[in-house]
Design a protein. Sequence first.
Length: 267
Amino acid sequence: MRKTFIYRLYPTKQQQRLLDAQLEECRWLYNHLLSQRRDAWEQRQESIRLYDQQATLPALKATHPALAAVHSQVLQNVAVRLDLAFQAFFRRVRTGVTPGYPRFRGRGRYDSITFPQVPVGCRLDAEEKRIRVANVGQVRILLHRPIEGAPKTATVTRSSTGKWYVCFSCECVEPAPLPTTGRQVGIDVGLKTFATLSDGQKIASPRFFHREEHALAMAQRRLSKEERGTPERVRRRKIVARSMSAPAGDGAISPTSIAVALSIRLL
């Protein structure tokens, strides 16, 4: 069974620049490989396979030296992502759904890199609370919970607000069922009250969005007044993104939090 663990990263300014540079090189490679496939079909009616494109990566490094700053397996994963996009495109064509041809990625539109064989290229040091990223160095990580199982892949992600995260996909053992209590309860989820139990208990709705709605509306109005392409609009867009994220300390309503809350009430 696979289980994903997400942790916050705190890179230094120099490490952020290195990570941003790697994302930019991956974006360039994605667009280059997409252009290859498009031109091959339009000009010669030829289809290029995934492994054909991965075989051209060493030659690309010679002509585009900046790719050497990115781990080789990360570059191979870029080709895998493009191949998955084409697989989804052809699947929609076969099923009769309106197909969307894979798009070129604009600046700032490529936000993650994946290391498919951890610890190659990305190694976690739980004792030092650091992860070693290839060509970046040791990055501080917030281990708010212990990692379970053996990490198989790692994805370093940049959020829309400029925060950095790492996602470890781990191979875990099958979870053991909790002991039965012999008690049962019915749950009715509603709008006015978040949940009502069959024994009469009510769980109030936290109304996270309602509390932040005014601040979000104000941020969106200020964003709409800024001219497109200006640094001020970029700054305002980040403020809107932060307003739309879950407030610090509140968190978001997830199935896990609901299950934990109900299980506590049933104990």
